[in-house]
Design a protein around this ligand. Structure first.
Ligand SMILES: CC(C)(COP(=O)(O)OP(=O)(O)OC[C@H]1O[C@@H](n2cnc3c(N)ncnc32)[C@H](O)[C@@H]1OP(=O)(O)O)[C@@H](O)C(=O)NCCC(=O)NCCS
Length: 328
């Protein structure tokens, strides 16, 4: 067995890998278009090859922003002839993770009710076991929503004033406030290892890397000028998305989430958009309820398997540190 990253000369063999299971995968059209856009890169595709160095026995494909690090594993394929596909896949992930110096999460798209669908449950089961052996032990289910143009645009109660701002620092400050007490798993995990300002800055940079326009971003203010939240209509490779929205802690519980989501939906609808996609964690109940009130439909699940966050450095004097989030 031989593990290595792919190179351009592997393209034909990469296109020959077929996942015939009820699970999302990097099919040939996706592979070609993402290699072209830079969201996939040969060095972010890892292969397990037979001794002859010719046949691909396993393949893992990571997605990222063009020019960036691998952010999410998109596809895990093992040739049907493999004796122990869990062992082979786990070995492949270990080699790739060692080369990346990190363990990006695995994102799997499945239908609602996948646990009751034996084909989907089987497709996930062995991948889940392999991912777990390679250190991706944390499980998160995200609800996938869509709004389509045959739905009315949700009404806004006209309580807030929305402004763009060219200064990224205004958004870093707003993101930082909105992250306080968030129910979003990824933000909470990031705050275990990162200082809140660094976390907010990283989020702003990630949203800037998306295909949506930076000029679409809005800060939301109450009529008295107080900052209430952020609303970021955006887009990814699949088309328009809600992007991000959040309410600062002191304004939560007044349904402002509806105003922000209405603003994002109205913004896209006025551009003639036919479909807006959005995800939220199953545990983020206020957000999920807001999508449903606004006419968004839950059409699928995104399963995310990730590594436990590693705390980089222990505080020197733990007894004196009040807030471990800020200790590193
Ligand atoms: C999700 C969010 C926008 C909801 O905003 P909101 O305007 O307060 O929502 P609602 O007013 O509809 O709140 C409904 C209920 O949930 C509660 N709630 C809202 N956010 C909460 C939070 N983070 N933690 C605990 N409870 C929360 C409200 O207090 C309210 O409770 P009540 O019914 O007992 O009065 C807000 O929690 C937030 O900004 N979270 C961080 C960012 C985030 O998760 N964005 C979505 C990413 S996909």
């Amino acid at each position: 067995m031989h593990f290595r990253p792919a190179v351009e000369a592997d393209l034909d063999r990469l296109l020959g890998c077929v996942v015939d299971e009820s699970i999302s995968w990097a099919h040939p059209d996706r592979l070609l278009s993402f290699l072209e856009s830079g969201n996939y890169r040969y060095d972010h595709i890892w292969l397990a090859l037979a001794e002859d160095g010719e046949e691909i026995l396993a393949r893992a494909v990571w997605w990222g922003f063009p020019g960036g690090k691998p952010l999410a594993m998109d596809c895990l394929y093992v040739h049907p002839s493999a004796d122990d596909r869990v062992d082979l896949a786990a070995g492949l992930l270990d080699h790739a993770h060692a080369a990346f110096g990190q363990r990006p999460a695995y994102h799997v798209f499945v239908s609602n009710g996948w646990r009751d669908n034996p084909k989907a449950a089987a497709a996930i089961a062995w991948r889940w076991e392999a991912a777990g052996r390679a250190g991706l032990t944390e499980e998160l289910e995200r609800l996938r929503y869509e709004w389509t143009a045959d739905e009315p645009v949700p009404e806004s109660p006209d309580r807030l004033v929305f402004h763009g701002d060219d200064d990224d620092e205004a958004f870093v400050a707003a993101f930082r406030r909105v992250a306080e007490g968030t129910l979003d798993y990824s933000t909470r995990q990031a705050l275990v290892t990162m200082d809140p300002e660094a976390q907010a800055r990283e989020d702003v940079n990630d949203y800037k890397s998306m295909p949506g326009d930076r000029s679409w971003w809005r800060l939301a203010y109450a009529k008295d000028g107080d900052l209430v939240g952020v609303a970021l209509p955006s887009a990814n490779n699949g088309g328009p998305v809600v992007g991000y929205l959040g309410v600062v802690p002191e304004h939560r519980g007044h349904g402002y989430v509806d105003d922000l989501l209405a603003e994002i939906t109205r913004f896209h609808a006025e551009r003639g958009v036919q479909r807006i996609a959005a995800d939220t964690d199953m545990g983020n109940a206020p957000m999920a309820r807001a999508f449903e009130r606004a006419g968004y439909r839950n059409f699928a699940i995104r399963l995310v398997l990730s590594a436990k966050p590693e705390i980089a450095a222990e505080p020197a004097e733990p007894a004196e540190v009040e807030n471990p989030v800020n200790a590193g």
